[in-house]
Write a new protein. Sequence first.
Length: 102
Amino acid sequence: MIHFSCDRCGKSIDANEELRYVVRVEVQATMESGDALETEADRDHLVELEEILERLDDEESSLISEDVYQRRRYDLCCSCYRKFIRDPMGSETTSQFDFSPN
């Protein structure tokens, strides 16, 4: 049996008893070309990335590759899923402070 836990709060998720939500995040670096005639459809992004990586040595390319593209997968419990859907970028939680009344 596979054990699942929420990647946000750490709660154990029983896959037979409750819902588990899978969030996939894909991040890729992009650069806008100064050439106004070149359309997005005409660009070959893989060739551009390959050319950039070829110019770097092996050590630099492994560091740069993480800056160019990353894919992540997270399991969320029901409670954390609701919080994520309301504020996927976490902007509300970072701006709130819980000060005690004096």
